[in-house]
Design a protein around this ligand. Sequence first.
Ligand SMILES: NC(=O)c1ccc[n+]([C@@H]2O[C@H](COP(=O)([O-])OP(=O)(O)OC[C@H]3O[C@@H](n4cnc5c(N)ncnc54)[C@H](OP(=O)(O)O)[C@@H]3O)[C@@H](O)[C@H]2O)c1
Length: 255
Amino acid sequence: MISVVILGAGNLAIHLFEAIDKADQVSVVQWFNRTLNPIESYKNRVAITNDISKLVDADVYILAISDDAISGFSEQLPIHDKLVVHTSGSVGIHDLDKKHRRGVFYPLQTFSKDAEIDFKDVPICIEALDKNDLHLLKDLAEAIGCPYYKINTEQRQMLHLCAVYVNNFTNQLYRIAHEISDAKGISFDVLKPLILETAKKVQTLSPYMSQTGPAKRNDKKTIKKHLKLIENKDHKAIYELLTDSIKKTHGRQKL
Ligand SMILES: NC(=O)c1ccc[n+]([C@@H]2O[C@H](COP(=O)([O-])OP(=O)(O)OC[C@H]3O[C@@H](n4cnc5c(N)ncnc54)[C@H](OP(=O)(O)O)[C@@H]3O)[C@@H](O)[C@H]2O)c1
């Protein structure tokens, strides 16, 4: 049985707690947050605390706190020579304080408190300075039913960058389409099957092979018409930039 202390109570920590709580081979022995309010309602299921001096003994301490707080908070932890991992895509393993056995347990997924998530769809990028600790993180990922990948800090930071493209930027494009469709009294629902099909297609075809549309076909008349229809100048700039990028990609080599 792997014992875990979760530190933090935000979007990720809430889901992590539920996933670990369901697993047979792992247990959350304590949940810390600097404010008790977000974890108060869990007190019948797990020991909760906001007192850092009262941390209990565990195999792994998972810091699911804001990126900027990780380094300083790891210094304040009154534990030594314990496996402390953070869950961030962009923070280095060496940003954790040296007094700990250090590791990373980065779930490459998007978590919001109220959106359900199945951990079998959560790839975990694991890293540790020590071989045995890496093994422990593998066991932990397996126990919660997650696929896992051994990824070093440099690779993880690049993956995090890729995630911004495929998740945040794509979502911002949904937002623009939502604004445009709303302004014309069209339900965003009409676009949802297309959104799903686009995401589904890249599961079997490369993004290069999946591309369609006026920019790929270099359909100049349609592109001109679209540019005339766009009222917002930021939306227009994004359309032009992406059209140009697609044109360049499809005039050049495949990936
Ligand atoms: N959400 C995602 O989709 C996602 C995905 C992958 C990885 N991650 C990583 O998971 C970590 C947590 O992200 P999140 O989205 O769960 O964040 P979040 O919802 O904003 O929650 C942040 C948590 O950090 C705590 N915190 C902030 N500053 C602190 C400090 N100085 N000392 C101690 N605790 C502090 C907050 O405590 P209070 O409640 O007291 O404010 C809160 O519990 C980050 O490293 C993030 O990169 C997130």
